[in-house]
Design a protein. Sequence first.
Length: 808
Amino acid sequence: MKYDHKAIEKKWQDEWDRRSAFVAKNDYTLPKYYALVEFPYPSGQGLHIGHPRPYTAMDIIARKKRMQGYNVLFPIGWDAFGLPTENYAIKNKIKPQIITERNIATFKRQIKSLGLSFDWSREINTTDPSYYKWTQWIFIQLFKHGLAYKKEIAVNFCTSCKVVLANEEVVGGVCERCGGEVVRKVKSQWLLKITDYAQRLIDGLADLDFIERVKTQQINWIGRSDGAEIKFGTSAGDEIVVFTTRPDTLFGATYMVMAPEHTLVEKWISAGIIKNADEVRAYQAQAARKSDFERTELQKEKTGVRLDGVVAINPANGVSIPIFISDYVLATYGTGAIMAVPGHDTRDWEFAKKFGLPIVQVVADSSGAEVDVESGAYTETETGVLVNSDYLNGLSVEDAKKKIVEVLGEKGLAQPKVNYKLRDWVFSRQRYWGEPVPMVWCEKCGWVPLPEDQLPLLLPDLDEYEPTDTGESPLAKCEEWVNTTCPKCGGPGKRETDVMPNWAGSSWYFIRYCDPHCDNALASPEAVKYWMPVDWYNGGMEHVTLHLLYSRFWAQFLYDIGVLPYSEPYLKRTAHGMILGENGEKMSKSRGNVINPDDIVEEYGADTLRLYEMFIGDFEKAAPWSPASIRGCRRFLERVAALPELISGEGVTPELERDFHKTIKKVTLDIDNMKFNTAIAAMMTLLNKINDTGRLTKDEFATFITLLCPFAPHLCEELNQTVLGSSELISLAKWPEWDESKTVDEEVEIAVQINGKLRGTLVIPMGAEQAAVVAAVRADEKFAPMLEGKTVIKEIYVPNKLVNLVIK
RNA sequence: GCCGGUGUGGUGGAAUAGGCAGACACCCGGGACUUAAAAUCCCGUGAAACGAAAGUUUCGUACCGGUUCGAUUCCGGUCACCGGCACCA
């Protein structure tokens, strides 16, 4: 058969559509399988050559599961709210709705050209009011349960996008999206209390089949620290509470540091206690001006100001110690104040050196010997032993931690405490192209959520989307929309003008797929119970601390309020590696190494592109694009297309039959382990063997194209129809099974070693006994002379692999 | 600095409950077919040395060392690169 991919591919894509081949069945008695890929943001650039990699991988898994008899849900949709579309709208004076529609059309055409077995009847779009109605509904539930609240906070503000960013969106001190400068600004924002779920988000990971690097990255991001809170008295009468993970070192605390924003500073200045108030104010102002970027840049040199006129008292020994403010102490973590132990903390040591503060050693090495804390902090905790610490002397660090909290705890001065790095999720964006927050401000009632029958709260149709210079949302200009009545008291009210971040819609989309047209719930409880949780979710590493964490948080919340019957949405999570440019660098316009998938589909066909993206290397690792290598995949498919010429009526050959069983086993297991590259290599090897054999049976040919079908479905459908004369879809055929006994060869070639060095090979019957193998080696004309006159002092035999004779 | 990952031919990559390193493919070289080229097919292809040849030997999985009959795989140390976090007390 001449392999004309252009004629074949469109034909079968249409045929799959016509027969609704991949539509998931709503028969909840069938065994189900839910395979999920991260739905794309339909950007103006069109599909990236990286997209087909995870899509094809999950497509192969979905197709194989379907062929194995599962009712498979493999859905797709569009995560379409977001800044790039809005920025494009501003620049080109086109409505975001229209741009989004266009981009989706392009993406859809491109994705369809790849022959992915998505269930298009369940296509969703986060910007569709029937979808974001339920995003808004979830927000209201969060509000009703006290998990959404509005607060004046210092937020990350991108000066270029003019928008507030979540901590997760600030990368290296600059805006993740545009690279613009990020400054801190105080604004009233909606926040979601993800911190309430910090521990559950850690604990939940234990039983999930997530790849290890995803788990550790989430755990590190949540950042649990076990320690204690300790109260320090002051000469001003107020108490300073600190959080520390090293309460054992309390006797070594020689000064204290508070964040410049700490409320006590303000209180003491107003009370006239602080004598150098001007200096303190100047430092506060300077710290507030610094952007995150400057803070990290300037971190080498410690700065700070001593509060003159007030001292603290170390509760362990009653010693008076000075108090400083410094921006190396963060207002947002712990209590915003620390006890400084310069002998055993690197940061405190640097600060103490700079300000000439005393450095006291309270931990010695395991032998109890003094260590030098003048030239650097001693931070060893495993083997350290306490010294200069009264009743803690001689204890290990671990024991001392417990003891001191116990002793001070009795006086009410200390208690165990757990802290997390995770902060609440800043949920407001002062932009246009997002879900409106369904809340009304009423002077009398405060913030009031819209009643459910007023959802969705539609995004008004504007002509101007520019954010204002004050950082207010463009919606604020739309007075007829802003001014409304309070749903509670009927008095005048004003709508919230900020919109949700683009992480909102993607935090629950996998639930909507279960029942995408449901109009009285996120999805019907029966559908959710049947389809959820997602059996296998593949996505990028870049979403581990954002989307993946946020969506687990929402799922846990929805479980708590009885909407989801499972608290964890995804059973299994894997991550794909990036496709890099030919030069091994990340693909980008500026580097000029971008490959357009349309060109590849046009020249080689979708089947070749699919095959190549799976063959390129280890699925989890990044791999450079190679225009030369892709030809090898095309050649393989051409040889497959030529295979029918070899079909003969003669029976199977036992050797080839064994090769088939081995290949079925290998491909089946490799797909389950995402080892697509070796699965393809196995099929290539089998094809080479068929060509060497020179003939194969019709059944064997059918088996071959069934195995290959998930990888190159168009060609296999065509061969199934034209060569085998089938009117059924091979995409829905039964997956081949192997007979274990037929995967075993009768004879096997083993390695023969003498003194651990390879000396040759020997063919022996499969499963031969050690004595027989050694005898065969001794009798062999090649090995016998090597053994002559020597004594064998040890025989090592690994069945069917190797024999090693140690001689003297 | 901390956490995680990765280092294998000219290239992408195989092979680790320790057991014939380099599967499969790309590139390259030689040959067949062709007036010629492309395509296709066949053969070769880690390096070095010896040999007329079949072949033989030595070296070789970032580097140094250890355990073992045997190490790409395990252990200790070093270096390089990639990703994440980063004054989190």
